[in-house]
Every structure is written in C-alpha cells, then in structure tokens.
Design a binder for this molecule. Structure first.
Ligand code: PRP
Ligand code: ZN
Length: 300
C-alpha cells in the first residue's frame, strides 16, 4: 500500500469553467476516481493519484508551495500569480508543462457601450476594475499609460454601473457577460487556455515516472480528439495526389488489393478533422470505398 507521500496530488478547480473538462480529461487518461464525503478530494482508485478540488486562484500557490505536484488551471491565473510573485521579489516555483486546448478565453479591457473610445489613450487617468491587478499593471506600464487598477475579487462587470471604475479588465469567453452588462470589448491583454503546471521541487524517481506517464497519456488523449482513421481504395497512379489530400497524416499504409494491379488500399491516421469536402476531393481524385473512423486511443 502506498503512503500519502508517494501519491501524486493534482489541484483542480472546484467549481467553474474548467472543472468538468479537467476531471473528464484525467478519467480519459485511465484514472478511476472516488469522491470523498467532503467533496474536496477525489481519491484515485487504480493509480496513486488524487485530485484536490480548490479555487482556481489558489492552484498556482498550492503547486508553488509543493502542496500539490501538478495543477490544471487557466493560463490567466498562472500569469497573474507569476507576475505578482515577481513584483513582490519572490520566485514562482512552478513550471508550465502542457497546454490543454480547452477553456479558451482572453483577458480583455472592456468599457460601457456609450464610451467614446479612441484607443489606449482613452484609458489615461481612468480607473480600471479587475481581479488581475498584476497583469493589468504590467500591461499599462508596457504601453506607457497611467491608469489606476481597482481590485475587485468578483462581479467585476458591475463596477462601472456602481461608479467604482470607468473600465474593467476581465476574462471574456463567449462575451455573454459583457453584453448582459452593456459593456464592449476594447483591448486584449492575453489569450488564455487551460494548462498543466508542475512544481519545481524535484520529485522522487517513482513520482516523476508517474507524472511523465500521465503527461504522455494526456498527450495521447488530446491528439485523438481531432484524429480520424481513414481507409480508402485508390488507383495507383493517383496515389501522390491522394496522399497530399489527407489532412495531417504522416506515413499512410499502402497495401495491394487482391485481384487487381492498378488499385491499392490506403490506411492513414489524420491528425485533423476530416470534413465532407476532404472526402469529396478524395473521390474526385479517384478514391473509392472511403471510410472514416474515430480513434479511441493513441500512444506515440
Ligand atoms: C469569467 C469572467 C466573467 C465570465 C465571462 O469568470 O469573470 O464573469 O467568466 O465569460 P463569458 O464571456 O462566457 O460570459 P469565471 O467563470 O472564469 O469565474 P472566476 O473568474 O470567478 O474564476
Ligand atoms: Zn477564480
């Protein structure tokens, strides 16, 4: 039986836009989880990996302080914590190891619809409400604009209505929140998505091996999301043209077809989505018996 010290702890957002995706992703890596009664802890049944469910803003700190070995969190939060630590003269002790391609959003400055906005100069001597004070401060410094970040821990979008700020700087994903509050997006500071961060403390060899194994599985899960297995028959003479039409495939398997010399079977993994247009173009190039299958698992 492994001791708690030998188990890997992964910090995951407790409730929010990344929660379901993060847990789903780890389960698709083969991890079976049981929920504890207090719901703050998910126990890994088949691997020595447990999840800690916490506020997203706390995740970089937990990984930096080595309470957790890994964390899944938005790049926006990682950047805010990193820039805050650096501003305080401290060193962030976590490193980003993986981009997860979900939870896409951007940190943007927005203002009331009726603002007469003429570029960043309009931000001069204004108040900007945000939970991302460090990123905003550095951005303003970079563009040479003096403005005052006003810290809000949540509900940033109501600050202009309350007369607490002229603009806001907050996450925008679909834009629904901005629209519902009569705000328009004006400047983008950073593009964000979910990432995996790892502590910079050296792990034991066993733990590091397990982390590497999980990261390799994650890579496989991410790759198959878009990947398709495609099978078709092709005239030998159009093989070059057909290969060029297969989206994101490296080396297809080409096999002779029984009873014919001028036709071959082609099997390929396409690492991009295969659209109807692609199939129509392949048919046009002479392909027949086209079959596209989803890929369930992949290990490079
Ligand atoms: C962000 C942000 C907005 C909303 C924007 O909060 O603060 O409220 O999402 O999304 P939309 O453009 O799709 O409407 P989030 O849910 O990430 O919560 P948090 O900032 O409290 O962690
Ligand atoms: Zn948050």
């Amino acid at each position: 039986m492994d001791t708690p010290e030998q188990r890997i702890k992964i910090a995951v957002q407790k409730t929010g836009r990344l929660t379901d995706h993060s847990i789903d992703l780890l389960e698709r890596c083969g991890l079976k989880l049981t929920q504890s009664k207090d719901q703050l802890f998910l126990y890994g049944e088949n691997m020595p990996i447990d999840l800690l469910l916490v506020r997203d803003d706390d995740i970089p700190g937990l990984v930096s302080d080595d309470v957790c070995d890994l964390g899944i969190v938005g790049l926006n939060v990682v950047e805010e914590v990193r820039q805050k630590l650096l501003a305080d003269g401290r060193k962030p002790r976590f490193k980003q190891v993986f981009e997860l391609d979900f939870g896409h959003c951007r940190l943007a400055i927005a203002g009331p619809e009726d603002t007469d906005y003429r570029g960043v100069d309009s931000l001069k001597d204004t108040k900007i409400a945000t939970s991302y004070v460090s990123i905003l401060r550095n951005y303003l410094k970079e563009i040479g604009i003096e403005a005052e970040p006003v810290y809000f821990s949540g509900a940033v979008e109501i600050a202009p209505k309350l007369g607490k700020a002229d603009f806001i700087c907050d996450l925008v994903s679909t834009g629904t929140t901005l629209a519902a509050n009569g705000l328009v997006e004006l400047e983008t500071l950073i593009d964000s998505e979910a990432v995996v961060i790892q502590t910079q403390e050296a792990l034991t060899d066993e733990k590091q091996a397990l982390v590497d194994r999980m990261l390799q599985r994650l890579d496989g899960v991410l790759q198959v999301r878009e990947s398709k297995y495609i099978m078709l028959h092709a005239p030998r003479e159009s093989l070059a043209e057909i290969r060029a039409l297969l989206p994101g495939s490296e080396a297809p398997t080409v096999m002779p077809l029984d009873g014919t010399d001028d036709k071959v079977a082609v099997h390929a993994v396409c690492r991009e989505n295969v659209f109807w247009e692609t199939l129509e173009n392949l048919k046009q190039a002479g392909a027949s018996s086209l079959l596209v299958l989803p890929v369930e698992k992949m290990l490079a």
